[in-house]
Design a protein around this ligand. Structure first.
Ligand code: HEM
Length: 474
């Protein structure tokens, strides 16, 4: 039997104590030996402050400063502290994306079309960057964990919490508040991940110990997901959708984006052939993937390109997170071949099943609200239909919503077979969901029909969500 424990690399520690966040705040600046690199990063954002613009604001202005940075390969080789390695990875990935994608950004400013990116990363950057990536065992490209999001925050008021209004980015591209709000909200949502991971680990332990009723633990998971969804909705305030293009181009990946990068990026004096890694994306976040494995949504995943992509993205995470997902999947299958739902049914745990239904509803809200983000922040802003992670965004995401609804139907049927529960909260979760299922199905069918029509638009998706009472902005 697998017991879930020890998923740490010294920076992350997936556990009931830290969830998916680093064990302490990341380093804000690099050690002195890297001052030349730090200084370019500090001068880089499009906007530096109310009165000053940075290097990215001017065509080609970043080139000479980047070429002048010392090749720190030997310094990087000596580094052993994981917090220094993480800060170096973050720094080199920001610098590389800024340098390579700056021409695409300038073209976009001119005519609204993403132009060709540079596709050769000079040796003075490529060599130390790839060395630090090798030490962390990740791809040499801006990622979500060590670089853009979870490993990129600093508190504004040291006594305050990780609310997005009290955290800011260590490194940035646009330098504007919409970029900060957008990515810091991901950190904000993850401040509840310790409770979520805790509820998952404790449920598994309880089921391994032979406990027949895990309703209280699933209730904790459900209430944490509710809290996360409340925070998720802050996106509309934290980052104005009209401003997403100020920074989106800089978080693009190479894989799937041949229009920008052609064959890929050549890392000078590292590899002979060009490489194409995926871009940073919230799809590298761990909350929904963990919940999918734990709740059993993965049994309902459609056979499509998004599913393949989501599995491919597992490789774009720190090794300790990848190991956690693998063991979690094994554990859920050991508990029951049909996962959590199978075990709750076998145990006749009606309360547990009701809270499982509540958890699924929150995964549904997360995905349906998220689909509305994609509409406004991406579809309403640009004709470039390729996501930063390299997926054709229009068609795939709603299929994942459908998977959740299918499992909800099966859980409702299972509860109907078993009867009712005395737990008033659990019973009301069940009753509400039974009532609302038809509207969820009507909405997803409408959304999928829109995708297959040529007149698909963000406005049409919003009108449908309003009609069914699921407008995420309200
Ligand atoms: C304005 C806000 C957001 C936008 C525009 C957005 C955009 C996208 C896009 C385009 C995808 C498709 C896959 C790809 O990257 O190629 C995606 C997937 C995903 N995003 Fe986001 N995202 C946003 C916020 C978030 C947040 C706050 C989270 C979680 C903290 C998140 C988690 C995910 C997950 C888990 C997936 C995988 C698809 C799924 O499992 O349903 N996203 N996102």
């Amino acid at each position: 039997m697998s017991i879930l424990s020890n998923y740490s690399d010294g920076f992350f520690d997936v556990s009931a104590k830290y969830g998916f966040l680093p064990i302490k705040a990341p380093m804000v600046k690099l050690p002195n030996v890297y001052n030349d690199l730090q200084s370019v990063l500090d001068q880089m954002p499009v906007v530096l402050n109310e009165n000053e613009f940075g290097l990215l604001n001017t065509i080609d202005a970043i080139v000479a400063p980047v070429l002048a940075i010392k090749n720190h390969l030997q310094d990087v080789e000596k580094e052993e502290d994981i917090f220094v390695l993480q800060a170096l990875f973050r720094s080199y990935s920001f610098l590389s994306s800024a340098y390579l994608l700056e021409p695409s950004f300038q073209q976009f400013r001119k005519d609204g079309k993403y132009g060709k990116a540079r596709n050769v990363l000079p040796a003075n950057i490529a060599q130390p960057f790839c060395k630090v990536a090798e030490k962390l065992n990740v791809f040499a490209w801006l990622d979500y964990h060590y670089a853009y999001s979870l490993g990129n925050y600093q508190k504004i008021d040291a006594q305050g919490d990780l609310n997005w209004e009290n955290i800011t980015m260590c490194n940035r591209f646009s330098g504007q508040p919409d970029e900060v709000g957008f990515i810091m909200l991901h950190v904000d949502i993850n401040r509840f991940s310790a409770d979520l991971v805790g509820s998952v680990m404790h449920t598994i332990q309880a089921l391994y110990n032979g406990e027949k009723s895990v309703g209280n633990l699933l209730q904790q998971n459900w209430t944490t997901m509710k809290q996360m969804n409340i925070r998720r909705k802050e996106m509309w305030k934290a980052s104005r959708w009209q401003r997403y293009n100020d920074f989106r181009i800089f978080i693009m990946g190479v894989k799937g984006n041949t229009e920008l990068f052609g064959e890929g990026v050549t890392y000078e004096n590292v590899w002979d052939e060009p490489k194409a890694f995926r871009g940073q994306t919230g799809a590298q976040d761990d909350i929904i993937p963990m919940q999918d494995i734990f709740s059993g949504v993965i049994f309902y995943y459609p056979q499509n390109e998004l599913t393949k992509y989501l599995l491919d993205l597992r490789l774009y995470r720190p090794t300790c997170v990848q190991d956690f997902f693998k063991d979690l999947e094994i554990s859920m299958k050991e508990i029951h071949p049909k996962g959590l739902m199978g075990k709750l049914l076998e145990n006749k745990d009606i309360t547990g099943l009701c809270f499982l239904l509540g958890i699924l509803e929150e995964i549904y809200h997360f995905r349906n609200g998220h689909w509305q983000f994609v509409q406004k922040y991406i579809m309403a802003n640009t004709k470039y239909a390729m996501a930063t992670g390299g997926t054709p965004i229009t068609s795939w995401i709603p299929n994942q919503i459908l998977s959740v609804i299918h499992q909800m139907e099966d859980v409702i049927t299972a509860i109907q077979q078993l009867g009712t529960t005395d737990n008033v909260t659990a019973q009301s979760v069940y009753e509400n969901n039974t009532k609302l299922l038809a509207s969820k199905k009507g909405l997803i069918e409408g959304q999928l029909a829109l995708i297959h029509k040529n007149d698909f638009s963000a406005e049409a998706v919003f009108a449908l969500n309003q009609k069914f009472g699921y407008d995420d902005t309200e």
